[in-house]
Write a protein that binds this ligand. Structure first.
Ligand code: GLP
Length: 244
């Protein structure tokens, strides 16, 4: 869907999430959300915070699992995704802290494999992810599934692409400070979500978005695998849609 602008897109996406949260709450059930970081979902999170404050949308029955985390960063690091999610969303909601899950970036390498399996086990035990929110990286990554990530890849430790590290350089005050590795849900993991909502704004995403939507699915562009998911939708602004 091409919306008038990013705010209009976020109003629609937040509306879908709010309707599901309210429906489940009325039935006494939880909702499991898969969440993303980056600048793209910030407006969506702002809109969810607004709905919480102004329209009494409660997050007490919402359980969240984030897509990814930099490897080697403690939670307290200014650029950790743990910190980002708390600052941009969780600290402003009534979500119980025990409902919040992110991959642990401090797990030693030797223990990463087990930690990734345990992470997947947790959201499976919670009933699987109802709605997964995604951005898209300029390499075509979703989460941190860089080119080369297979359709069936699972949560694992990955090496970040040079372009991804360059794009993160400003936040880290220099490319040398950007971690080289991350833990990310795999493409196969993401595709198991019942609903997937990918957001993209701005001209910088136009090329990769067009390729993701129009090219034959390939692991050279992991976002293209979303074409095969019956519950996936892309919500974009006119600039991001300009190369379609
Ligand atoms: C990071 C995140 C992705 C995100 C991407 C795009 O690499 N791991 O989940 O989609 O950045 O970032 P932005 O939304 O800032 O363009």
């Amino acid at each position: 869907t091409i919306h008038a602008d990013a705010d209009a897109a976020c109003a629609v996406v937040a509306g879908e999430l709010a309707a599901l949260i309210r429906e489940r709450q009325a039935a006494g059930r939880t909702v499991v959300l898969g969440l993303a970081t980056g600048s793209t979902p910030v407006r969506l999170y702002r809109e969810l915070i607004r709905l919480h404050r102004e329209e009494k949308l409660s997050f007490r029955h919402v359980v969240t699992f984030n897509l990814d985390e930099y490897h080697g960063l403690p939670r307290t690091h200014p650029e950790s995704y743990w910190r980002f999610m708390h600052e941009q969303l969780f600290d402003h909601l009534d979500i119980p802290p025990e409902n919040i899950h992110l991959p642990d970036g401090t797990v030693p390498r030797a223990e990463v494999f087990g930690a990734c399996r345990a992470y997947e086990e947790k959201f499976r035990a919670a009933g699987g992810i109802d709605v997964q929110i995604l951005g898209i990286g300029r390499t075509g990554h979703i989460g941190f599934n860089e080119p080369g990530s297979g359709r069936d890849s699972r949560t694992r430790l990955v090496t970040l692409d040079a372009l991804t590290r360059r794009d993160a350089a400003r936040d880290f005050l220099g490319e040398t400070n950007v971690p080289r590795h991350a833990i990310t849900m795999g493409v196969g993991t993401i595709l198991e979500a019942r609903r997937i909502l990918l957001l993209a704004w701005g001209e910088g995403k136009a090329r990769v978005l067009a390729d993701a939507v129009e090219k034959t699915p390939t692991d050279a562009l992991p976002a293209s695998f979303l074409q095969g998911h019956p519950g996936a939708a892309f919500h974009v602004d006119p600039a991001a849609a300009s190369a379609l």
